[in-house]
Design a binder for this molecule. Structure first.
Ligand code: URA
Length: 430
């Protein structure tokens, strides 16, 4: 292990055997945390080429159970996002896929830092179970074609161990470590193809396009090396997606999108990702056909019906989907107003995400319970003209300090001149 640490420290390219040695022996408890910490820091500082990142992902994939699906479910085309604010795409996308006859056992995560987690959002639906075991997962998939659940402890255990160590050694923000971590779990889930939504901007972990592109290229390279179909879209996260941020509020917005009453940006991004997946899964000949097919499922109500099927298959109470006003609601709604007249030039999206965490919608410590009802609903987005005193957003809270309300108001940069947001999809890496 000492030699492998020294190789990476001195900038060498590690051999597959060296990478395998670290992953296997660490998972079996044969190498101490301090040596693996030093190795992770050397990877963080020296980087890894695509081949090393692929070998790391595959060694982590092979560290535990791998899921295999019956032929009738194939091809399984999945989507994964690197994490954003107001990103409720999976809740709308999964039922669209089911309505188009694609199966997807989507393994989703919890909120991380300022970003929201799909599992936390779904848990605001009373009864919804995000901890399905293998048998329950198979049964729910058979019933609903799509399932959204958490990773079991048997899936890529090396990643869980390495991630916990990275979290406490300042080595999370490394492109090869992030890419191999994400891909190890996706590959272990036995998918045939993956569309990555790599978020870029003030609300994303990757703030700049060069960084986002490097992450996207690394993810695509790992997936291709492992023999699955890959595409990565680099998408705009300069402002929250849609208007709602917060678990129950986002479920309500997802239901609005499923009934064609949701905000345009989140609906359009979902249809764009769906189009990529439908082409990848041979359900559409090209992206425009895929887009139309996906849109048709919103128009004719089949996507909404599939969402209800998924909720029912995972133990959720469908009455809350039929009447979303019954979903958890915070006792206070406080309006934040514009301090001056002008145009919204920027939204500090990471800070908006953190404000929702502080309201109780995310975790400040690992064990914290989430309050599903709290959050923020925007009234305006980048490029909108506002008049002093006009509502900018509504804060849904149990209790909230005047300082936090001021912080939320300060997230909106109001300027004299018009603002330019840029496109929703910044680039596609195939
Ligand atoms: N998500 C993951 O699964 N792993 C990372 O390292 C970062 C985000």
């Amino acid at each position: 292990m000492l030699e492998i640490i020294a190789h990476k420290r001195d900038g060498a390219v590690l051999t597959p055997e060296e990478i395998q040695f670290v992953v296997t022996n660490y998972t079996q408890g044969k190498i101490p945390d301090y040596q693996v910490s030093a190795w992770l820091m050397s990877v963080y500082l020296q980087g890894m080429n695509f081949q090393e990142a692929s070998e790391l992902a595959m060694a982590m994939r092979d560290s535990g159970e791998q899921l295999h699906w019956p032929a009738k479910f194939l091809p399984i085309i999945d989507k994964h996002s690197t994490g954003g604010v107001g990103d409720k795409v999976s809740l709308i996308l999964a039922p669209i896929l089911a309505a188009c006859n694609l199966y997807d056992p989507m393994i989703a995560g919890r909120g991380l830092g300022h970003t929201g987690g799909t599992l936390d959002k779904l848990e605001s639906i009373p009864g919804f179970d995000v901890a399905l075991d293998d048998a329950a997962l198979q049964a729910a998939l058979q019933q609903a074609k799509v399932v959204i659940t958490g990773a079991t402890t048997e899936l890529a255990p090396a990643d869980r161990l390495l991630y916990a160590l990275r979290d406490t050694t300042g080595t999370v923000a490394s492109i090869p470590l992030i890419a191999s971590s994400i891909m190890s779990k996706k590959l272990a889930a036995g998918i045939s193809g993956l569309v990555m939504d790599v978020k870029c901007g003030s609300g994303a972990f990757m703030k700049t396009q060069p960084e986002a592109r490097e992450l996207a290229q690394t993810l695509v390279a790992i997936g291709k090396a492992a023999g699955i179909k890959m595409a990565a879209l680099i998408t705009n996260m300069e402002q929250p997606l849609g208007l709602a941020i917060g678990n129950s509020l986002e479920v309500q917005e997802a239901i609005a999108c499923l009934t064609q009453q949701g905000p345009e940006d989140i609906t359009e991004l979902t249809l764009t990702l769906a189009a990529q997946m439908l082409v990848m899964g041979d359900k559409a000949g090209d992206l425009s056909q895929g887009h139309q097919l996906a849109q048709g499922t919103l128009r004719d109500g089949t996507a909404l019906a599939c969402f209800k099927q998924m909720v029912a298959a995972q133990g959720g109470d469908v009455a809350y989907i039929d009447d979303p006003s019954r979903l958890p609601k915070a006792p206070q709604q406080i309006t934040i107003t514009a301090p001056k007249t002008g145009v919204i030039g920027a939204i500090a999206t990471e800070q908006i995400g953190m404000a929702v965490v502080h309201l109780g919608g995310g975790r400040l410590v690992k064990e914290a319970a989430i309050d599903p009802a709290v959050g923020i609903v925007l009234r305006h987005k980048i490029g909108d003209a506002v008049v002093a005193g006009e509502p900018l957003a509504v804060v849904h809270a149990n209790q909230v300090s005047p300082e936090l309300l001021q912080d939320i108001q300060a997230c909106f940069k109001i300027q004299k001149n018009s603002a330019n947001l840029g496109p929703l999809v910044l680039d596609t890496i195939l």
